[in-house]
Design a protein around this ligand. Structure first.
Ligand code: C2E
Ligand code: CA
Ligand code: CA
Ligand code: CA
Length: 278
């Protein structure tokens, strides 16, 4: 039918348009990387529930696109992942994170800076050595940088990626498993990947207030992770009530808008210095 044909052609046209759009975005991203303009990092504090002090910061990538404005990482990082651009992008994130961590140290602030690393990066040849060089060339030590592993399931499916995570941990980098409790993540995989810290995904945390089943799940999860000797962080904590539950369950660290959104390092330094001065 005509209707059908119209639908099909509209569909393939839009698929074509999407392909073109992605292609353009990736070109623009390569351009931004080349010119070192438009890409920058923001930092979100991680707060100890016991001391209420900032005990670390997570580096999060931002991209100010020349015409589209601010593009969200969830909209361009997965695209970059499907190409070799992710290598350059991650290198950019590491170099900048190291430089900013160095600045913190010069101000007497010795908290680690966490970097997000995905399965493709870990599977890259000599990635552990490359990262370690960038850290040491920047005048830092492994304890100054923490690695957040994205896509844990995919890391476990790749011998190279898993070996890389193990090598980094042996070198002294703290390893965090990101987005725990999402996708096909299962408890059994904890036995196969070495880690120091588990980040419970926001999708589990955001239901604490409204849903008693979620409270049972999160409380049991925290207890179990503690018995396995992990430090536990809850992400996406947006209000006092959620924080109170997490405190009751003896969660170690919180991160989220309730305490602070990600911000430019300047602003964060002011926050930390205010905290240190009482
Ligand atoms: P993620 O690593 O799980 O990062 C947490 C995301 O939650 C961040 O979004 C952060 O801004 C947001 N967030 C923090 N607190 C709250 C809260 O209380 N409520 C809500 N609703 N959101 C909160 P962002 O910066 O948009 O990053 C999204 C994802 O993009 C990250 O998820 C990570 O998977 C990826 N990403 C970000 N930066 C990098 C990077 O430098 N390298 C790689 N490979 N991936 C990155
Ligand atoms: Ca993360
Ligand atoms: Ca996460
Ligand atoms: Ca996430």
């Amino acid at each position: 039918s005509i209707d059908e044909r119209v639908t099909i052609s509209a569909y393939s046209e839009s698929k074509d348009a999407i392909r073109k759009f992605k292609f353009n975005i990736l070109n623009d991203l390569a351009e931004s990387l080349n010119q070192q303009s438009g890409l920058y990092l923001v930092f979100q504090p991680k707060v100890s529930l016991a001391t209420r002090k900032i005990i670390g910061v997570e580096a999060l990538l931002r991209w100010q696109h020349p015409t589209l404005g601010e593009v969200q990482p969830d909209d361009f990082i997965p695209m970059a992942e499907s190409t070799s651009l992710i290598k350059l992008l991650t290198e950019f994130v590491i170099v900048r994170s190291v430089a900013e961590a160095k600045r913190l140290r010069q101000l007497g602030i010795t908290i680690p800076v966490s970097i997000n690393i995905s399965a493709n990066n870990f599977a890259e040849r000599n990635f552990a050595e490359k990262l370690d060089h960038l850290v040491r060339d920047g005048g830092l030590l492994p304890q100054d940088i923490e690695i957040e592993c994205l896509e844990t399931q995919r890391i476990l499916e790749s011998t190279e990626a898993l070996a890389c995570v193990k090598a980094l941990r042996r070198k002294g980098y703290a390893i965090a498993l990101d987005d725990f409790g999402t996708g096909y993540s299962n408890l059994n995989y904890l036995r196969n990947i070495p880690a120091d810290l588990i980040k419970i995904d926001r999708s589990l945390i955001e239901n604490l207030k409204s849903d008693s089943d979620s409270r049972i799940i999160v409380e049991s999860l925290i207890n179990m992770l503690h018995m396995l000797n992990y430090t536990v962080l809850a992400e996406g904590v947006e209000d006092r009530e959620t924080l109170n539950y997490l405190e009751q369950y003896q969660c170690d660290i919180i991160q989220g808008y309730f305490y602070s959104p990600p911000m430019m390092l300047e602003k964060l330094i002011t926050l930390i210095e205010a905290e240190q001065n009482g």
